[in-house]
Write a protein that binds this ligand. Structure first.
Ligand code: HEC
Length: 121
């Protein structure tokens, strides 16, 4: 009996874990994100996501250029934290309450479409 218990436990573990990882991979829709981006983010981050929006000139802390290597190296989760919480001491305020969770996921995928994520390995 004990002989079967360990493999059964391992299989169960893999099944549970894959469900969990699957849930983590839930992605936004870049087409919907484009509308959010153009309405809310373009004025600072620019049409191409290079930080050259029409409102960027007047800012002391410049909007992030999403094409830089550090920016492209960030995970979706890190971008979500920046959007959701804002960036301290910068004009990038928190969007929590202004954007729905789904809209944040959508806009992240649009940023990825403008400036693809860099492979980290
Ligand atoms: C008022 C101008 C302004 C607007 C509007 C704005 N941002 Fe930003 N954003 C900034 C600034 C400035 C920074 C950079 C802060 C810093 O240098 O750390 C930033 C940083 C970011 C970062 C972090 C990037 C990184 O590589 O760390 C993300 C992601 C981001 N913004 C997404 C958005 C999204 C999505 C929107 C629209 C919903 C938006 N921003 C609207 C000014 C703005």
């Amino acid at each position: 009996m004990r002989r079967y218990l360990i493999p059964a436990g391992a299989v169960l573990c893999v099944v549970v874990m894959s469900g969990w990882i699957g849930a983590q991979e839930f992605r936004g829709n870049p087409d919907k994100g484009e509308a959010v981006y153009k309405a809310q983010c373009l004025r600072c981050h620019g049409r191409l996501g290079d930080g050259n929006g029409p409102d960027a000139q007047g800012l002391i802390v410049q909007p992030k250029d999403f094409h830089t290597l550090p920016s492209r190296g960030r995970t979706d989760f890190e971008l979500l934290i920046a959007i959701s919480n804002g960036v301290l001491f910068s004009p990038m305020h928190s969007w929590r309450g202004r954007l729905k969770d789904q809209e944040m996921l959508d806009v992240i995928q649009y940023i990825r479409a403008l400036a693809p994520e860099r492979a980290t390995s």
